[in-house]
Design a binder for this molecule. Structure first.
Ligand code: TYD
Length: 211
């Protein structure tokens, strides 16, 4: 692009779903797909995405804490992420693909932990009053199947993955409730399908909504 040429603001695409729904394996594919369509892509994640955010992630995933502290730290990490990474990238015209965003706080901290919905709305209004993702891909899977997928992974589980099936079922329902309230932005993907089918579906969805 020559100097001074106008480059429109980039778009924010987020990935959501309960633990074990398989969203993370599709992030690199989406980045490559967008790259093939001429977009400069930044892949990032929450909690995390900045040096401070990654430190908060370590605490959030492994340190026991009050559920409101958990919600506040999720939004603290997000504030930093927006300021240092997401907003500058969108301003430059880059596309941001983010593994989880505020829908995760709605689903996990409100749906799963029971944080007052009003407090969630207040935090969201505080941290990003004017920004919502342009597109959110919600990987939906019954929690029993997702739980089985996690159980076969030979690694230490974090605080969320260790939660019982009823927690994950509440998270799932909160995600679906949020998707029903924002059906344009949030596209529900049946994550029980074969990876190849999901990949094609995601590309069609992005092409339809964003390109
Ligand atoms: P996850 O994407 O599952 O990381 P990984 O694939 O490496 O396990 O995210 C980490 C966890 O953080 C996940 O269990 C959901 C949780 N989480 C919240 O509870 N609230 C939030 O706002 C965010 C962003 C994540």
């Amino acid at each position: 692009m020559s100097q001074g040429e106008y480059k429109p603001r980039g778009k924010l695409i987020t990935f959501e779903g309960i633990d074990g729904a398989g969203k993370s394996s599709h992030l690199a594919d989406v980045a490559a797909f967008l790259g093939n369509h001429g977009r400069t892509v930044l892949v990032t994640r929450e909690p995390g995405g900045t040096p401070l955010g990654e430190k908060l992630r370590e605490l959030l995933l492994h340190q026991a804490m009050h559920f409101e502290t958990e919600a506040l730290l999720m939004f603290a990490a997000r504030r930093e992420h927006l300021e240092r990474v997401i907003e500058p990238a969108l301003e430059r015209g880059d596309w941001v693909v983010c593994d989880r965003f505020s829908d995760a706080t709605y689903a996990y901290q409100s749906g799963g932990r029971g944080l007052d919905r009003l407090k969630f709305v207040q935090l969201e209004q505080w941290v990003h009053p004017h920004l919502q993702p342009d597109l959110t891909l919600l990987f939906d899977l019954p929690s029993v199947i997702a739980g089985r997928r996690i159980a076969v992974q030979a690694r230490d589980l974090d605080r969320f993955e260790q939660e019982r099936a009823d927690f994950h079922e509440r998270v799932r329902h909160a995600y679906l409730e949020r998707a029903a309230a924002a059906p344009q932005r949030m596209q529900v993907i049946d994550a029980a399908q074969a990876p190849e089918v999901i990949r094609k579906l995601i590309q069609e969805t992005i092409a339809r909504h964003c390109l």
